[in-house]
Ligand binder design. Sequence first.
Ligand code: NI
Length: 166
Amino acid sequence: MALREIRTYPDEILNKISKPVTEMKPRFSELIDDMLETMYSSGGVGLAAVQVGVLRRIVVIDVSPEADSPMVLINPEIIEMDGTQTGDEGCLSVPGKHGIVTRAMTCKVKCLNRDMEEVILEGEGLLARCFQHEIDHLDGKMYVDKVEGELENVYQEDFDEEDLED
Ligand code: NI
């Protein structure tokens, strides 16, 4: 495993649309391991392949407090959303910033796991927010375009574990 460089806004790759994965090649498996390592070492709760410069529809997420429950989503599609939540959001590709974004409160996703088996994942609250934020990345969309009000700076004294850096 290796850390990969995170592309940061306004790198134009972040606005490109990622391509589906049709078979689990060794280089994708290695990419997934590297994405997980990169996400954990950056203190994030989610990372899309485009953020490390690979235009493939692969997302890793871990919203567990112990950071010990990795999820791998390949070719994810949102199939159901319900309710709304308005809250703080950040992104490893926009370091030092955060802003308020309204998202669906619950979100159901159809995707493949890393064995390329179809699975349905259901999220609520932070996990639902994360699904929506990361799947936006696969379509070249950044949360900064959805922020209500101003994009704000993260100050060290404000930082706590509740801050979402995905
Ligand atoms: Ni992000």
